[in-house]
Ligand binder design. Structure first.
Ligand SMILES: Cc1cc2nc3c(=O)[nH]c(=O)nc-3n(C[C@H](O)[C@H](O)[C@H](O)COP(=O)(O)OP(=O)(O)OC[C@H]3O[C@@H](n4cnc5c(N)ncnc54)[C@H](O)[C@@H]3O)c2cc1C
Length: 290
């Protein structure tokens, strides 16, 4: 299907993008990689009359480290995140997950900011940024604010971004020593989207016990969700195979499962447990050698 007709505007700066967003407040939409928005427009689920292209706004792209924080511009494509030596070194899990998004075309066009703003319940980066404890810098008519990732995803395809706001940058704190992260996904074979995906970031103390754990799940629930029961079960414990298995068992606790084709609740709960165990196990292995 073809999208409904629209006017195309290319913003040259963040200020210009914000001005266009204000001008077309009622039916304007930002477009970055277009790999979520255009499919939705082709299905006519969205019919914006004005598309504001931010892809070429130089100040929105790029990856750098500053003051112990990785700063990733919103329009940085998944392929650049996956290939970044800095991200591999400082937040391996993010490079790993970005490299498993869709196919090469999707990774070349899709952007980190677009993925988070779209808040697709089957997307990979929402769970990964939750596990990493990221913060999002956004600007709007009212000025600038920083949204902790824990407060960002509010529901299926919805986020704390106001319609006149633009996501500028994803900030990932550089993890302390003896921290490891891993992302495990059971992917839909056709699209690569997560049927279930679990991201785990674990920090070990000097005695080898878990000092900090953030574990998040995507795919099965209406929005990416922290698995707090799993995190609590890991805290302060020596992460043996048995302990990780016992903690992973809590992945299914109170999950608000979304209506997906294929598999009943028992199956979904089971894959949540299995993928949590795999992600935590690998995160712990990486933490031990970090
Ligand atoms: C065939 C296919 C397979 C895919 N497989 C996967 C997969 O395996 N895993 C996965 O996670 N994703 C997958 N995706 C989605 C892909 O990663 C998208 O590119 C991404 O989710 C959206 O990024 P985008 O830059 O294309 O955003 P766009 O499509 O341009 O925009 C998406 C939404 O975000 C808004 N937006 C974009 N940028 C900003 C910004 N800076 N500030 C505020 N709002 C903004 C837009 O207005 C729009 O509402 C797949 C997509 C396709 C087409």
């Amino acid at each position: 299907m073809y999208p409904a007709p629209f006017e195309y505007h290319r913003a040259g700066s963040v200020d210009e993008a914000l001005a266009l967003l204000t001008q077309y407040a009622d039916d304007g939409k930002l477009i970055a990689g277009g790999h979520s928005l255009l499919p939705v427009m082709k299905l006519r689920f969205a019919q914006p009359s004005h598309l504001i292209d931010i892809r070429r706004v130089a100040e929105l792209a790029g990856i750098r480290e500053e003051g112990g924080v990785l700063r990733i511009g919103a329009t940085t494509p998944h392929a650049a995140v996956a290939a970044s030596a800095l991200i591999h070194d400082r937040a391996t899990i993010l490079a790993e997950a970005a490299g498993r998004i869709g196919d090469a075309q999707v990774r070349n066009m899709g952007t980190i900011g677009g993925s988070l703003a779209h808040a697709d319940p089957a997307a990979d980066l929402p769970a990964v940024t939750l596990a990493l404890g990221a913060e999002l810098r956004v600007v709007g008519r009212g000025g600038e604010r920083t949204i902790p990732i824990d407060q960002f995803f509010t529901g299926m395809f919805s986020s704390a971004l106001a319609p006149d706001e633009l996501l500028v940058e994803v900030r990932v704190p550089v993890a302390p020593a003896r921290t490891g992260g891993a992302y495990e996904k059971y992917a839909d074979q056709a699209s690569g989207y997560a049927i279930v995906g679990v991201a785990a970031v674990v920090t070990l103390g000097g005695n080898g016990a878990v000092e900090r754990a953030r574990v998040a799940l995507t795919g099965l629930t209406p929005r990416a969700t922290r698995l707090e029961g799993v995190e609590q079960a890991l805290m302060g414990k020596a992460p043996t195979g048995e302990q990780i298995q016992a903690a992973a068992q809590r992945a299914a606790e109170g999950l608000e499962l979304r209506d997906l084709t294929g598999g009943g609740a028992a199956y979904k709960n089971n894959i949540a447990v299995v993928y949590t165990r795999r992600a935590v196990t690998r995160a712990v292995e990486r933490a031990r050698s970090a």
